[in-house]
Design a binder for this molecule. Structure first.
Ligand SMILES: Cc1ncc(COP(=O)(O)O)c(C=O)c1O
Length: 442
């Protein structure tokens, strides 16, 4: 018998009941959280019938616009054939996708591993690094990096405020990284890059006990503030890894599949890591992630990396269709062109809007950092929150950043196949919203 007094307290509407039953904060810290019901290309619709231009590409995952018919059809066809096969079995779609990834992989990153989430892909990369550097006891990560929310990847990311999991997390060594917008002691980028390389080397030789298996880093930091690094820094890290026999892991979960205007950040910078993670954009909206690893590395033995849904054939069929569409539609070139258009327009807007402190790219990895004062660079967090809110009210969802209380980045990262008109409209709305906020501040 259900307890009448308890059941009476809850709404009978399953949507309301569902909201109250989620273990995560149903508003996710956002009182204006929207319930999405439909998506097409760069557009999404909420349960009130409102249409939005989605400049978040749903956590920068829809590099190909949402519900592309080629992806949907591939997934449906696969669903009718076989939806689930445990990792003790191969499937044709898994082997075809692996061959495709090998074809587009940089350098000799010809070994492929799969899972469903970016965080687990990073864990897989870490495991492979330790497997190949037996006896090593350290992993180096960069300050302000972000690698996920599993127990291990939380520890590899920036210090999580009020982290309740500290007691059971591994400890990694975080080293400083160059900061193009807020360089230490106002150093020139090349000098700061050299300083950070020196500090990295110091950490390797004097900052850790035992040996280091790998350096884990994003080639451009995403959630930690859209931080691009000087090429000299990226090259220097590669060189240090080679000299010390340390593996270099690039987390390409945000940068992969065309977002920078090339298939990988590795292609953009001309640097090949030893292990690379991928996720987000590969699946065309379906969950899929994994690693690409150098042929030189020893792979996993049975039992070291087997997950029940480690290969999800439906997501793999969607991924194969997505990669083919990214290539055949020329989306890398499109991202490059859109990116130039967006950043040029934002730089023009910077002349007019005091709030714009810094414009960031490359490709469609676009953002602006809002500041109250261009000299002190005080983050304009309240103003940024107003931009998200007013943007949504005008039908544009801008990407936000709540990293470590910074919260002042406006990300403009729609699907790569958005139209020029859509991108232009998003920038017009940003222009108008910044203008209205600045008028109220004056
Ligand atoms: C660079 C990077 N690595 C890892 C992750 C974690 O991916 P997931 O959320 O799929 O676990 C993210 C997610 O934002 C990411 O940006």
């Amino acid at each position: 018998m259900p307890n009448q007094s308890i059941s009476r307290k809850f709404p009978s509407d399953p949507i309301e009941l569902g909201k109250r039953s989620l273990i995560h904060d149903p508003a996710d810290g956002n009182p204006d959280k929207i319930t999405l019901v439909r998506a097409l290309g760069s557009l999404v619709w909420d349960d009130q019938g409102r249409e939005y231009l989605d400049c978040t590409a749903q956590a920068w995952s829809n590099n190909l616009g949402a519900t592309d018919p080629r992806v949907v059809n591939a997934a449906i066809t696969q669903l009718r054939e076989i939806a689930h096969a445990r990792t003790n079995f191969n499937t044709p779609v898994q082997l075809k996708l692996t061959a495709k990834l090998r074809e587009i992989a940089p350098g000799d990153l010809h070994r492929v591993g799969y899972c469903l989430h970016g965080s687990l892909a990073v864990e897989m990369a870490i495991k492979l690094a330790f497997k190949n550097r037996s006896g090593a006891s350290n992993l180096i990560v960069l300050q302000d990096g972000y690698h996920g929310r599993s127990i291990t990847t939380l520890a590899a990311s920036w210090p999580h405020p009020k982290n309740p999991f500290l007691a059971i997390q591994p400890r990694f060594t975080r080293v400083p990284r160059p900061d193009l917008y807020r360089p230490r002691l106002n150093l020139e980028p090349e000098i700061e890059s050299a300083l950070c390389l020196q500090l990295l080397e110091d950490a390797l030789t004097k900052g850790v006990d035992g040996t280091v298996a790998a350096i884990l880093m994003e080639p451009i930091q995403g959630n930690g503030g859209h931080n691009e690094f000087p090429l000299s820094y990226l090259k220097g890290v590669r060189e240090i890894c080679d000299r010390h026999g340390i593996l270099l892991i690039w987390d390409e979960i945000q940068t992969g599949f065309g977002r920078l205007g090339t298939m990988w950040a590795s292609d953009y910078y001309g640097i090949v890591p030893d292990i690379m993670t991928f996720g987000k954009g590969i699946g065309g909206g379906f969950p899929l992630a994994g690693i690409l690893a150098s042929e030189e590395l020893q792979g996993f033995d049975p039992g070291e990396d087997a997950l029940t849904f480690g290969q999800f054939p439906v997501a793999m069929a969607a991924a194969l269709a997505t990669i083919n569409a990214i290539i055949s539609d020329g989306l890398c070139e499109r991202a490059r062109d859109h990116g130039v258009f967006a950043t040029e327009r934002l730089l023009q807007m910077q002349n007019k809007h005091k709030l714009i402190g810094h414009v960031r790219g490359p490709g469609l990895f676009v953002s602006v950092e809002l500041v109250r004062d261009r000299i002190t660079k005080e983050p304009a967090c309240v103003e940024a929150a107003e931009v998200y809110k007013r943007g949504a009210a005008r039908g544009v969802l801008f990407g936000e950043s709540r990293y470590a209380g910074l919260g002042n980045l406006i990300k403009i990262k729609p699907p790569l196949d958005c139209t020029r008109e859509q991108l232009s409209h998003a920038l017009d709305v940003l222009d108008g919203v910044l203008g209205s906020i600045e008028a109220e501040m004056a």
